[in-house]
Design a protein around this ligand. Structure first.
Ligand code: ZN
Length: 132
């Protein structure tokens, strides 16, 4: 069993085959689907050529099934659920600023691991685990 990712609202699995699928929006009616790498720290994305966002703007990530906003308690971070191959559950928080590379693996409000060149930006929002 590999890592599985879920919508925190409707619990639908978001990873299909080799990618995580999310809806990304900048305005109520303007958005697109983007495929993300399930490997934490890999920030490559796949999107349609018509799906263009400027770098450094705030986007909203939505569940493609229930359309709930995946925003977290931090204004610039979104959140999905991860269940790893051993059945351990984590929250994955990631930047909603397009082009920013900051992802956090969170357990009980504390950083278990952080990824990306911009991770220092928000890491203080969390407490840290002894092992981090
Ligand atoms: Zn959902």
């Amino acid at each position: 069993m590999q890592n599985e990712y879920y919508c925190p609202h409707c619990k639908t699995p978001l990873k299909i085959d080799k990618h995580i699928i999310l809806t990304v929006k900048i305005e109520k009616y303007k958005g697109c689907l983007i495929l993300f790498e399930p490997k934490l720290g890999d920030f490559k994305i796949i999107k349609h050529k018509d799906c263009q966002f400027k770098e450094n703007i705030h986007v909203d990530f939505l569940c493609p099934v229930c359309h709930e906003n995946l925003s977290s308690q931090h204004e610039n971070l979104a959140e999905i659920l991860l269940v790893d191959s051993e059945g351990n559950e984590y929250e994955i928080w990631f930047s909603e600023i397009f082009g920013e590379q900051a992802t956090y693996k969170i357990k009980a409000g504390k950083v278990y691991n952080a990824y990306g060149e911009d991770q220092a930006k928000y890491v203080n929002h969390f407490g840290s685990c002894p092992e981090y």
